[in-house]
Design a protein around this ligand. Structure first.
Ligand SMILES: [Zn+2]
Length: 135
């Protein structure tokens, strides 16, 4: 069975190591929306040994910090669903009170026609800095 997250990067690659990668999702309503994708095909957090679970969450939190720094959102949504693509990944979604679905989840009913454009020029650098090895 083919899996799109085994076959493709899954977005614009911002960072990767041997265990996981960070991509930017190209959704015009959700600028700054990032995904952290485990490189190997596993479905659930509890398919990973404890050290790998901890590492994945460390990367998720580093990306959350980078997104907060680069975009100053009103709220961050973290989600791990994988119902359509059962390959372990986390969504880090910057939310704004005037975005298309707020206050519903981005997968819910839209509340307005579109989200305003936002400047994401600081995002790639922020992700790299927050995931740089600490001295
Ligand atoms: Zn896969």
């Amino acid at each position: 069975m083919s899996c799109e997250l085994c076959d493709q990067t899954g977005g614009q690659l911002l960072w990767r190591d041997e265990r996981c990668r960070v991509v930017r999702v190209g959704d015009p309503d959700y600028p700054g929306f990032c995904r952290i994708i485990w490189n190997a095909h596993v479905a659930e957090m509890t398919d990973l040994p404890p050290a790998d679970r901890a590492r994945l969450m460390e990367v998720v939190f580093a990306v959350e910090e980078a997104v907060r720094e680069a975009l100053s959102p009103d709220k961050i949504n973290l989600a791990s669903l994988g119902n359509l693509v059962p390959h372990l990944h986390w969504h880090v979604i910057p939310r704004f009170r005037n975005d298309r679905h707020f206050p519903a989840p981005i997968w819910g009913q839209p509340a307005r026609p579109a989200s305003p454009a936002r400047d994401c020029s600081a995002l790639a650098d922020a992700v790299a800095r927050h995931l740089a090895p600490r001295a």
